[in-house]
Design a protein around this ligand. Structure first.
Ligand code: SF4
Length: 89
C-alpha cells in the first residue's frame, strides 16, 4: 500500500528510486484535469504544455517526490516502473 502522507510519499518515492524505479507518462487520448495540474505543481517542472495544449513529460529534472503518482493515482496516466515489475503498454 502506498503511504500518501507527505513523509511517507517522499520516503516511498526515494526508496523506489533507489531500487531503480522510473517515472513514465502513459500514452492517452486526452489529458485529465489531474495530469494538467501537474504542469503547475510538479517541483521538478517535468510536465509542460506543448503547442497543441497537450501535456508532455521530460523527467530530466525529476526530484522523485512522488507527487505525480499521488495526483494521478486514479487516472493511471503516470506510472512508476520498477525493474522487477512487468512493463506497461
Ligand atoms: S516525482 Fe515529483 S518531480 Fe518527479 S515527475 Fe513526479 S511530481 Fe515531478
Amino acid at each position: 500500500m502506498y503511504d500518501t502522507t507527505p513523509e511517507g510519499r517522499a520516503g516511498t518515492a526515494q526508496a523506489l528510486w533507489a531500487q531503480g524505479a522510473r517515472v513514465f507518462l502513459r500514452p492517452r487520448a486526452t489529458d485529465s484535469a489531474a495530469l494538467r495540474v501537474l504542469t503547475r505543481i510538479c517541483p521538478g517542472g517535468c510536465f509542460k504544455f506543448d503547442v497543441e495544449d497537450r501535456v508532455t513529460f521530460a523527467p530530466a529534472t525529476c526530484t522523485y517526490c512522488g507527487t505525480c503518482l499521488s495526483v494521478c493515482r486514479r487516472t493511471g496516466e503516470v506510472v512508476w516502473e520498477h525493474p522487477d515489475a512487468p512493463t506497461h503498454p
